[in-house]
Each structure stands twice: as structure tokens, then as C-alpha cells.
Design a protein around this ligand. Structure first.
Ligand SMILES: [Zn+2]
Length: 256
């Protein structure tokens, strides 16, 4: 890999209602991390066009996890190898399948979100996710299964590194892209927004304590962070971040 590392560009900025999609480039070699919802397909293609690229030019797609807002334009990239964890794939496919059960979906959802009833308005949040899933989830939009590569066994191409950040959903990953002497963390939904994760229209963490640890770990790395549902931002250097972590280390993660 060249010393300059990766050029990191946001294709679709994340917001309370849509997930971030990121382009990683090294010369003529291009990867896309997360691909958005079907109605965002035109925006994604236009954003690539503005950089002089066609979907055919993208060689690798990486999915941080399989929530609908991160994966449903994988099918736009006809040549791309698709990297993700099998754990996240299996978990989300099974969840969406169970949510189709008209009679038992609420009970079944506790299998996936055992802490659900600890949350206010838990039922409404799950009903919202269900509506989303029934409307949008279509396996053919994920790309052909023959193009999938499971990160548990294959890792990522180009010596890219990643963290398993499983508080949001099992098998969730955050991507670490070395770029110009620093590291850019493409956090996915392990870090939803810079300040206030409550505002985002996505699901509760499947494990709230782990989710809080994932967020702290990402913030402690130093460098640039691209959240799953917010604009990118810089964090202090590692030294400053580590001292901040020591000061806040004893804090109850659930109080945040
Ligand atoms: Zn998510």
C-alpha cells in the first residue's frame, strides 16, 4: 500500500434518517462502505459520477452490518466483491424474517433485542423497524450471494483493518483506513452521531453496555471519525483522547 494510504470521501452524508456511504480510493482502486436505501440509489450514483466514477469502477463493497439502510444498493455495483460478516448477515436475515410473522413478531423480536423492554416506547420503536423492514428488505438488492466474502474467514482486502463493534448488532464492524499519517474510522452504527445518538431513526443497540464501550473505543483511537448517521469529525490526538478516557472511564455507560 502506498504511504499516503486511502483517500476517504463521503458519498452520502449520514443523517437522522439515512446512513453514511463512504468511498475509499487508492489511485484507480475504489471501495464503497455501506450503500443506503433503494430510494437513495440515484443520489449514490450521482455522487460517484461527480468524482468521475461509474458503479462498475467500484471493486469492493463493505457492509458494516445488514440493517436495511446500509446494504440495499449493493446491487448497483455489478463487479464488486462484497465483504461483510456472516454473523451480521445471518442475524439480520433472521430478524427480518421473524418480523414478517403478523401474530408473533413482538415476542420474537425479544430474541434479537433482549433489552427492548428496558426502553421507553420500545414497542413503537420495534414497530417502526418492522414497517421499514417489511417495506424495504429484498434479498436481491444485497447483490448475488456468489460475490459475498465473509470477513470472519477472509478479513478485508488491501490490508484494511477493522474492529468488531457488536453492541449495535452482532457481527457489526467498523473500518480503519490509514490516510495521510492518521487513521479514519468508518464507524457504521457503532457510533451513530457525534453528540447525541438518541435523535437517529434507527434501532436500539442489541447490547447497550457493549454499545457504550464501542463508542468510547472508537473515540479513543484519535483521528477522523465518520459516524453512521452524521457528518465526519476529527478527534483529539491519541494522547489527549486517552487522558480523556481515563477521566471518564468510571462513568456508568448506561447513564449516557
Ligand atoms: Zn444499524
Amino acid at each position: 500500500m502506498p504511504d499516503t494510504g486511502w483517500k476517504v470521501e463521503v458519498l452520502m452524508p449520514g443523517s437522522w434518517r439515512g446512513a453514511t456511504s463512504v468511498l475509499l480510493s487508492q489511485g484507480q482502486h475504489h471501495l464503497v462502505v455501506d450503500t443506503g436505501l433503494p430510494h437513495e440509489a440515484h443520489q449514490l450514483v450521482r455522487s460517484l459520477e461527480r468524482k468521475g466514477l461509474r458503479p462498475e469502477d467500484v471493486e469492493v463493497v463493505v457492509n458494516t452490518h445488514f440493517h436495511v439502510d446500509h446494504v440495499l444498493n449493493n446491487c448497483l455495483f455489478p463487479r464488486a466483491a462484497i465483504y461483510a460478516t456472516q454473523e451480521s448477515y445471518d442475524w439480520c436475515c433472521s430478524l427480518y424474517s421473524d418480523l414478517r410473522d403478523d401474530r408473533n413478531w413482538e415476542q420474537l423480536s425479544l430474541k434479537y433485542y433482549p433489552e427492548l423492554l428496558d426502553y421507553e416506547e420500545a414497542r413503537q420503536r420495534m414497530a417502526g423497524l418492522r414497517k421499514f423492514a417489511l417495506r424495504w428488505w429484498k434479498a436481491e438488492r444485497l447483490g448475488e450471494r456468489s460475490r459475498f466474502h465473509w470477513m470472519e474467514t477472509e478479513g478485508l482486502p488491501d490490508a484494511l483493518d477493522f474492529l468488531v463493534t457488536a453492541g449495535h448488532v452482532p457481527g457489526h464492524v467498523s473500518i480503519l483506513a490509514p490516510s495521510q499519517g492518521s487513521t479514519t474510522v468508518i464507524a457504521g452504527d457503532a457510533l451513530l452521531t457525534r453528540e447525541d445518538d438518541q435523535q437517529v431513526l434507527t434501532m436500539i443497540p442489541c447490547n447497550r453496555e457493549q454499545f457504550a464501550r464501542d463508542r468510547e473505543r472508537i473515540l479513543s483511537l484519535g483521528g477522523i471519525i465518520v459516524p453512521g448517521h452524521d457528518h465526519q469529525f476529527s478527534t483529539p490526538s491519541n494522547a489527549a483522547a486517552n487522558s480523556r478516557e481515563e477521566k471518564t472511564g468510571a462513568k456508568d455507560p448506561q447513564s449516557r
